[in-house]
Design a protein around this ligand. Structure first.
Ligand SMILES: Nc1ncnc2c1ncn2[C@@H]1O[C@H](COP(=O)(O)OP(=O)(O)OP(=O)(O)O)[C@@H](O)[C@H]1O
Ligand SMILES: [Mg+2]
Length: 511
């Protein structure tokens, strides 16, 4: 193995192309990666990253070009082939069997599923400790957090002896702490000679974990740069193809009137613990109220209780002084409260994969229409408008959304919510999985809504963005509100401390 590591590329792509109908998803790509190297693959939504990786993992077969593994030209025509060539891919949507435990998932499809449980468990724990993975072999998948599931996926790949690991946006749904843990594992694998390709839209991650960066734009490989010689600005420009300004505005809006008043809201979890404890805040027209907190601090419960999706334990949510508790989700939507929560699985967000953008727009307007007959024209107009405005990459608005790239699917969903002309717009993690440029388009859109007088509740992950975009920030920790701060008067450090459980020194609760 050691000779191989020094002399041969782990992967060498020569002239690789992939075409879907009228879309050239990958155009004559020449790229290589060494053993003991971490390569970041960067590019806007729809630039062809997943497609390229899917040709290495046996999901797609190239229309042109060659792939060599460890110096030998190979033909990868199925995921099994890929595994046999030592390639393991961690997809954005996990492929684990929820009702089985970690151990059974890891050996699924291998001959070793007949091994004695004790031997199997030891073998798994051995691999985990070698790479610093933390795992409970007997825990069922459905009881696991996203990060735990990801660890199982990685172990599955390592168990099969993969020397080449591909990760498609593994950090999109991880907390910063979980991301650091993952990176520690990747660095360990690299030290042990693995070749790793990681796709991420977060430039600080690219700069922290990779050795080289390959940049794709509209299906073409634009450049490969050494990470140590690059910076965020250069990478963004290579990706987008022109200078971009990464600045978020915070327009001032006068005469704010309270539209949503949340009073002593408490929500019970299934296990009887409190998911939200006495939350109090007012949301005004023409403001963006940010919500900060580490994942699982009550963000989901907050969104779902306002949208009428879960039962609350006590308290009230007043929209224009009318209590909306007990109303159905449809009634709440009709009051002008729109909610979009971007979960880990983007296709599970209320879009139908087999339908195109137009029909997905109709799904929403259908609710409002009274009769059986619905006119397709407004939906088509809206789909075309969103395609332009959000720079959605798709050959046409009728192509099934499941064929669109991950980030573009998300733009469709978000655009549809924002366009419903709400009074209150609740948006959680809207830029998850979006490229930098698109993220800024979304921030602009939220500001546009604010200027129109919409009250925006913005649940975010990136503290810098929360601070730049929001007028005020509410901090959640363990289901409790640690206070609401004015973004002009606070610091990142102060918010960080509140996220960790410290109460705001000012008045607890409302301003
Ligand atoms: N099965 C398919 N049928 C038709 N078009 C497809 C298919 N798979 C991908 N495409 C198209 O190929 C292009 C590249 O998509 P890909 O998923 O590789 O992008 P990506 O760089 O991974 O984007 P993202 O950052 O949004 O995940 C897109 O225009 C997409 O619509
Ligand atoms: Mg992708």
């Amino acid at each position: 193995m050691s000779n191989l590591i020094e002399t041969k590329y782990a992967i060498e792509l020569k002239g690789v192309s992939k075409i879907f109908g009228s879309v050239v998803a990958n155009d004559n790509i020449n790229l290589n990666i060494k053993y003991g190297e971490i390569l970041a693959l960067l590019g806007e939504n729809g630039s062809g990253k997943t497609t390229l990786m899917n040709m290495l993992s046996g999901i797609y077969y190239p229309d042109a070009g060659t792939i060599s593994i460890a110096g030998d030209e190979v033909s990868i025509s199925s995921p099994t082939d890929a595994i046999n060539y030592g390639i393991g891919m961690i997809h954005q949507h996990f492929k684990l069997v929820e009702v089985l435990n970690a151990m059974d998932n890891i050996v699924l499809g291998t001959k070793e599923k007949y091994l004695k449980p004790k031997i199997l468990k030891d073998k798994i724990l051995n691999i985990s400790s070698k790479f610093g993975l933390e795992i409970e072999p007997e825990k069922k998948i459905y009881n696991m957090s996203v990060s735990e599931k990801q660890t199982v996926e990685i172990l599955k790949v390592l168990y099969r002896g993969a020397q080449i690991l591909i990760l498609d946006e593994p950090t999109a749904v991880l907390t910063p702490q979980e991301t650091e843990k993952l990176f520690a594992i990747l660095r360990k694998m690299k030290e042990q000679g693995s070749a790793i390709i990681i796709i991420t839209h977060k430039l600080h991650e690219v700069l922290s974990v990779s050795d080289r960066v390959a940049i794709l734009r509209k299906g073409k490989l634009i450049d490969t740069v050494k990470t140590e010689d690059s910076n965020e600005k250069q990478l963004t420009e290579l990706m987008v193809g022109r200078p971009v300004s990464l600045k978020i505005n915070r327009p001032e809006v006068e005469s704010k009137k309270t539209i949503l008043n949340v009073v002593d809201l408490s929500v019970m979890n299934e296990d009887g613990s409190l998911g939200l404890k006495n939350i109090n805040f007012k949301l005004k027209r023409g403001e963006i109220l940010g919500v900060a907190g580490i994942a699982g601090s009550g963000q989901k419960e907050l969104c779902e209780s306002i949208a009428g999706l879960i039962k609350i334990k006590s308290g009230a949510v007043l929209c224009n002084k009318e209590n909306i508790i007990g109303k159905t989700p449809d009634e709440i939507i009709n009051l002008g409260i729109s909610m979009s929560f971007v979960p880990e699985d983007r296709l599970g967000m209320g879009l139908v994969g087999s339908m195109g953008m137009v029909e997905n727009m109709m799904l929403k307007s259908y609710r409002k229409s009274k009769g059986f007959f619905i006119d397709k024209k407004p939906s088509r107009k809206l789909a075309e408008y969103l395609k332009n405005k959000l720079q959605i990459v798709t050959p046409n608005v009728d192509m099934p959304v499941r064929m669109m790239s991950g980030g573009n699917v998300q733009k469709v969903l978000l655009g549809r919510e924002i366009d419903s002309n709400p009074n209150v717009l609740i948006t959680a993690y809207p830029v998850r999985g979006l490229d930098i440029n698109s993220s800024y388009v979304i921030y602009d859109l939220l500001n546009e809504q604010k200027l129109k007088g919409v009250a925006v509740l913005f649940i975010g992950e990136d503290l810098d963005v929360l601070l730049e975009l929001s007028d005020r920030i509410m901090v959640l920790c363990n289901g409790e509100m640690k206070g609401i701060v004015d973004t002009k008067e606070t610091t990142k450090e102060e918010i960080g401390l509140m996220m960790a459980g410290k109460s705001f020194k000012g008045v607890e609760g409302d301003e």
